[in-house]
Design a protein around this ligand. Sequence first.
Ligand code: 3HC
Length: 659
Amino acid sequence: MNQVVSIATEGQIAIITIDNPPVNALSQAVRSGLLECVNEAVSDRNIHAIILICTGRTFIAGADISEFGQPPLEPFLPDVLETLDNCSKPIIAAMHGTALGGGLETALACRYRIALDSARIGLPEVTLGLIPGAGGTQRLPRIAGLASALDLITSGRHVAAKEALRMGVLDQITTQEDLLAAAMDFARQMLAAGDSRQRISATRLEDSSENRAILADWETRLRKKARGQESPLVALESIKNAVRLPFAEGLEKERELFMACMGSAQSRALRHIFFAERAAAKLPASIADAPADIHSAAIIGGGTMGRGIAMCFANINIPVKVIETDQDRLAQALEAIERTYRKMTVQGRINEDQQRRRMALVTGSCEHASLAQTDLVIEAAFENLEVKRSIFGSLDRHCKADAILATNTSYLDIEAIASAVSEPSRVLGMHFFSPAHIMKLLEVVRTPQTSAGAISTMMKLGKALGKRTVLVGNGFGFAANRMYSAYGREGQQILLEGVTPAHLDQAMKNWGMAMGPAAVLDMSGIDIGYNARQQNPHPPDDPCYFRPADLLAEHGYLGRKSGRGFYRYDPNTGQASEDLEIIELIRGDARRLGVDQRDLPEHDIQQRMIRAIATEGEAILAEGIAGKRSDLDVIWVNGYGFPRWRGGPMHYATEMGWL
Ligand code: 3HC
């Protein structure tokens, strides 16, 4: 017994309770306390069963990630769990919240498992570049079968209690609020009936042709999907051992593989981004945390962005009003939202009841006067300063004095927009990324006038919306688009040097980016960046600056929407192919500008592109537009398809010794 693990008895049952906020992670104190308490229960002759339960918001959410990368401290988790597995008295894990990683592995080492119906379980180690390292790859296949174990372990996904029950991971789920009482009932019934269950370590998985076929099928699928990430394939290797080796040997091999993963650059990167995302969500010490609750929202503009943002609110049960300039546009916007929800229902992402409830929260109006009681208004209108200033002037007249007024502009000067309002302290940017209801990133942009109340309200709301929220300062392109622009600029320079769009894109995809930069421009429309550059008050004095993109825009080659951009698009299939005329057009302009043509190897392209991001990142930090390097990593991983397992451009640049 120690400060974080305690033991009590009730009749023949011992209750071991872990109390290690915030998430009951398996720190050294928890591991040693657990071991002591189990030994105490075993040596007490009056005890016949043990319940393991946690206080606070969750059952054990995993090993203590903050201890990783340091010399491991005894007792080691696998040894503690071996004691649980070999325990002469049945242990019942009673779970609530999220039983994850080492937390679920602890439960798997217990003889029985029950959970609240609201609980979720999972082995998310692969998302940290690891594999389950305390028996998960050996025990879960034995308990839930090979297919379910492969699914959970190689994806890292969390599943709801009901699914876990179906998989055989849980013995019971309870809707009773008092989990301990449910566990006591379960224990008493089990004792009355007699504990006949075998220890997990004593069970076997057959090395059958059926199991071998399942493993081979997963291997093919994973190799296709991995795109550079190592840990899911390492996890598969370890799961194979559950079939081909005795339990103890499988466990030993699992430990070796786990330790190798722990030392890998990928795991370092993934652990970095885990903590970076949580650090980004925190307010800097200089801003008082005084968030208000948002009970209603409105979106000005029912275009693609406005619709997506409106859905973000309806998705978390906040009524939202879409404001359009006329009834036709409004009807189109509402119909488009309904269509998207219907599609999500057909795809099984939401059910019909959720579709109905969400749609009922979305209303519309053509009058700013209808916003008198709205807590938050987000403007998502045309990217033009005067249009936005006139909207904010009107909002100032019609909204209540404490309403927060936000703009979704991606690069315009928010102070200039705020100056149209009598109290600029309530104005800030909420920069969503398209499609807004799907993309995880949200930039909250403050001006020097924005109040602490408005900032803290938006940071809290960002989390509630399920976004990775980063606080940044006002400046052309803020942090995200400005860095992306530096990356794009380098890509454009590389095109001028004679590299083809397909070669550039393939190099970056091979590096791990979700899409290549030329394909991204074609998809989003080459005119978007072109128009933004026209509005840049301080364009760089460089004739090569985005020259290929501007050249294409001047010719009306705007990307996918015009059938031609950096690639040519088949009008029937949409299939992209190389366009030799476009390549020649760019090379011709490069000759005019005197840019030397050369053959760049893939590695050089990749290094130049990432270095360009990191250099701009450093400038952004120096100007105070962003607070920390790790915030910039969060932006890239969540906004631009940067490979998570590389930790973000600033982390990569730091590891390379560039910063
Ligand atoms: N170790 C250490 N700290 C942890 C932690 C962990 N496993 N999990 C969460 N925390 C910390 C967070 O850093 C955060 O700290 P902060 O307040 O100082 O920033 C705090 O707990 C709360 O976390 P969240 O802000 O993420 O809270 P949420 O309620 O949004 O989410 C959660 C809770 C779902 C448990 C989420 O934190 C999570 O997914 N945690 C990671 C779970 C995980 O990956 N477990 C596996 C670990 S690896 C392992 O177990 C190896 C084993 O196989 C040997």
